[in-house]
Design a protein around this ligand. Structure first.
Ligand code: MN
Length: 231
């Protein structure tokens, strides 16, 4: 109905800035890929040859822009960093063929899949959903997006994260089990992808805990660099 009003004020559309533009990228959903690097699957106690990657979600309003100081997340004493490539979609669909999957990509960014590991571990043990471990306030620090028209579609390059200057994660995008086209094609068999969807593409080995006062820096070569302080 054209003249409908809202009974409460409508929530704002979550957005990410775009490098080199004043216009914003509106975020629809955030999908995350679990265990997409063999070395991280192994460090978490899984066999990458037997268990393929999988998906979970964060909430779009869990995004927080690089440069922010964020409070130590509530109800956890074991919050972990996971540096990840972000894939931003400009179009979508269902059952997207592998060959045309990259045509749907607007651009790329860098994010951290902040994880309340203690709450996630409890959920895993009890067979419960992961939201308490993954989809909490400010759990998705992210950089501005860089359009693929400027950088192409990176399929290799260093992905790294440091805490207080010590490098903790140091991998390469070419180690991803599902490459970006496979993520998009597979995800589109499960969900209808839409313009504005983000995919957090999974993390390499070296995840670990954070504490108040930590300064986190990270990046993907050729894409962007991110910094966040826990304060
Ligand atoms: Mn992750």
């Amino acid at each position: 109905m054209a003249n409908s009003t809202f009974v409460i004020s409508a929530p704002p559309v979550p957005t990410l800035p775009v490098t080199g533009s004043d216009a914003l990228f509106p975020v629809h959903r955030i999908y995350c890929v679990g265990r997409n690097f063999a070395d991280h699957a192994i460090e978490m106690g899984h066999d990458p040859n037997r268990e393929p990657p999988f998906f979970f979600q964060k909430n779009p309003d869990n995004l927080v822009l690089s440069g922010a100081t964020i409070p130590y997340p509530k109800r956890s004493s074991d919050v972990h960093y996971e540096i990840e490539l972000i894939v931003a979609l400009k179009s979508g669909g269902e059952d997207i063929p592998l060959e045309s999957a990259l045509d749907h990509v607007y651009g790329y960014g860098v994010g951290i899949d902040l994880t309340r590991r203690d709450l996630q571990g409890e959920a895993k043990k009890l067979g419960r959903p992961w939201e308490v471990g993954k989809a909490f306030e400010q759990s998705a620090p992210a950089t501005a997006l860089v359009p693929a028209s400027q950088i192409g579609h990176p399929d290799a390059g260093r992905i790294w994260l440091s805490v207080n200057g010590d490098v903790k994660q140091d991998g390469d995008l070419n180690m991803m089990i599902w490459k970006v086209p496979e993520m998009i094609a597979t995800l589109s068999t499960l969900f209808k992808l839409e313009p504005g969807d983000l995919i957090f593409a999974g993390t390499p080995a070296g995840v670990g805990p954070l504490k108040t006062g930590d300064v986190i820096k990270g990046g993907v070569a050729g894409v962007a660099e991110l910094d966040i302080t826990i304060g």
